[in-house]
Design a protein around this ligand. Sequence first.
Ligand SMILES: *[C@@H]1O[C@H](CO)[C@@H](O)[C@H](O)[C@H]1NC(C)=O
Ligand SMILES: *[C@@H]1O[C@H](CO)[C@@H](O)[C@H](O)[C@H]1NC(C)=O
Ligand SMILES: *[C@@H]1O[C@H](CO)[C@@H](O)[C@H](O)[C@H]1NC(C)=O
Length: 192
Amino acid sequence: MDRRLLKSSLWFMVFFFIFFNLEGTAEGSYSRVLNPATLGLKKEKLTHFRVYWHDIVSGSNATAIRVAEAPTTNTSATGFGAVVVIDDPLTEGPELSSKHVGQAQGFYASASQKDVGLLMAMNFAFMEGKYNGSTITIMGRNHVFSQVREMPVIGGSGLFRFARGYAQARTHTFDLKTGDATVEYNVYVFHY
Ligand SMILES: *[C@@H]1O[C@H](CO)[C@@H](O)[C@H](O)[C@H]1NC(C)=O
Ligand SMILES: *[C@@H]1O[C@H](CO)[C@@H](O)[C@H](O)[C@H]1NC(C)=O
Ligand SMILES: *[C@@H]1O[C@H](CO)[C@@H](O)[C@H](O)[C@H]1NC(C)=O
């Protein structure tokens, strides 16, 4: 290559480099492009969790409490308008006495007038092993009388930063008398 051309293209590269570096730190700028490695992000992985979610609405140790309703909720066949706040235990097996792995905290609201359809908004707060302190956020529609209900995983914290995925819920037991339910949750989540 022509020496002159080489020299000028080198100068151009130096200029380009400086310009873009300055751009990143320019005064008044509140955002910058980051290399994911600076956050220690390596390869995204896929993890499957199977946990049992215990919704206890009866008795003195209820974990799900109705906090709001509409004047028409009690006459609605679907309980439309009810809002229930939950702090439901998550266990490894279907028995409440099996290994406790975390709590499902959040709420569900009866959001369908024609059938029993809930809006679920909850965090799976893990409290066991390496996931202790990390959370997964699930928000979606729970058509409770369907055999399998799918809800998006919309994010997470700790080991679940940048999480995305989905959860599938299957009712394991439902006590018609008390309204208590145990639901199997299979959660598939991409995270780093
Ligand atoms: C509620 O929890 C307390 C303390 O753990 C326990 O002694 C009591 O038996 C529980 N009550 C019911 C109805 O499960
Ligand atoms: C609906 O029913 C519940 C349980 O019977 C009762 O506590 C509540 O006051 C009722 N709400 C209205 C708005 O009637
Ligand atoms: C989970 O973390 C909390 C807070 O750091 C700690 O108190 C607790 O003992 C941990 N639980 C387990 C099962 O490791």
